[in-house]
Design a protein around this ligand. Structure first.
Ligand code: GDP
Length: 314
């Protein structure tokens, strides 16, 4: 993944100096830790996260038992790998949480431009491909174009879209109509979509919500109201991996605001330096479920913490 190539290069350089050494001194370890610290900071990992990460690696490296199988340099690489994996998701894959009784409700939250609408299409496409019957819901009524944009995405994915105004429902091949009154209230739209899912047997409901350029209390409350109205099985916080150091503050605000259940990193195909992934995962302790890697419907991956950690250390 492009986002991590520079970090990958820098870390492997940090380890290169170790490789020739048979036995590591404390100053060898400290030299390596300094290089790891610089590499992480240059990748836009938040300072606090860098500090605690390098602190743990240093402590473990100094205390590492003499191993038959690994030379000291390999041991340091192993420790860094384990710590990266642990930050990225406690070392285990966390699959999407499906409801015991359908529909499974997935709510998307994040700043405007984070990639929520694009992700709604990708998730819908992915779920449909896996045999599910998803419904996309346009509960972003803040931006005039948002509803139309979701309809375009839904059409491309072949997934029906539920939208509030009469005459703008897209059917993605299957007629969908809004029950009851036409309304511009996103909370009501979300509620109606669940009722529709029950009657039309959609097994997954993906709710796109409004996002502003900055964290916005009014919209955060709106997201909370939607959450409380539909009780989602997943609240996915979508974050643009390119936002670098701002990732921590944004993630904290959404964590407090809606208490999301998982993270989706978007735009990992761009020239983001990958640090946002480490920062957000570390600061919120919430798992990263998916990575978005482009504008196409298939530019989407289930996130595997261990694989990502090894990729960073390649
Ligand atoms: P929203 O405001 O959160 O709904 O964000 P959008 O889904 O509208 O995405 C904002 C812009 O980012 C659009 O131009 C998308 O095509 C683009 N975008 C979304 N996800 C990705 C991604 O993973 N990679 C790239 N390169 N662009 C993306």
């Amino acid at each position: 993944m492009a986002a991590f190539s520079s970090l990958t290069d820098r870390l492997s350089n940090a380890f290169k100096h170790l490789k020739s050494k048979g036995k590591l001194s404390e100053s060898d370890i400290d030299g390596t830790i300094r290089e790891i610290r610089r590499a992480l900071l240059d990748a836009d990992v938040a300072l606090d996260v860098v500090r605690s990460f390098t602190g743990r690696v240093r402590e473990r490296a100094l205390g590492a038992e003499v191993s038959q199988a690994l030379n000291p340099a390999q041991q340091v690489v192993k420790i860094v790998n384990e710590e990266l994996t642990s930050i990225l998701g406690q070392g285990v894959d966390r699959p999407l949480n499906f409801a015991k009784n359908p529909p499974t409700v997935i709510m998307l939250a994040g700043l405007q431009g984070a990639g929520k609408t694009t992700l709604a299409g990708k998730l819908g496409y992915w779920l449909k491909d896996a045999g599910h019957t998803p419904l996309l819901v346009a509960a972003d009524l803040q931006r005039p174009n948002a509803v139309t944009q979701l309809q375009v995405v839904g059409e491309r994915a072949g997934v029906p879209v539920f939208a509030p105004e009469k005459g703008v429902q897209s059917d993605g091949g299957d007629a969908v109509s809004a029950p009851g009154e036409t309304t511009g209230d996103p909370v009501q739209v979300a509620r109606d979509s669940i009722a529709l899912a029950h009657t039309k047997l959609y097994d997954t409901v993906i709710i796109d919500t409004a996002g502003r350029l900055g964290v916005d209390e009014v919209l955060m409350k709106q997201a909370r109201d939607i959450r409380d109205a539909v009780n989602p099985d997943e609240i996915l916080f979508v974050i643009d991996a390119m936002i670098g150091q701002d990732a921590v503050q944004t993630a904290r605000a959404f964590d407090e605001g809606v208490d999301f259940t998982g993270v989706v990193l978007s735009k990992l195909d761009g020239d983001a330096r990958g640090g946002a992934a480490l920062s957000v995962a570390s600061v919120t302790g919430k798992p990263i479920l998916f990575a978005s890697t482009g504008e196409g419907l298939k530019d989407f991956e289930v996130f595997h913490p261990d694989r990502m950690a090894s990729r960073i250390l390649d």
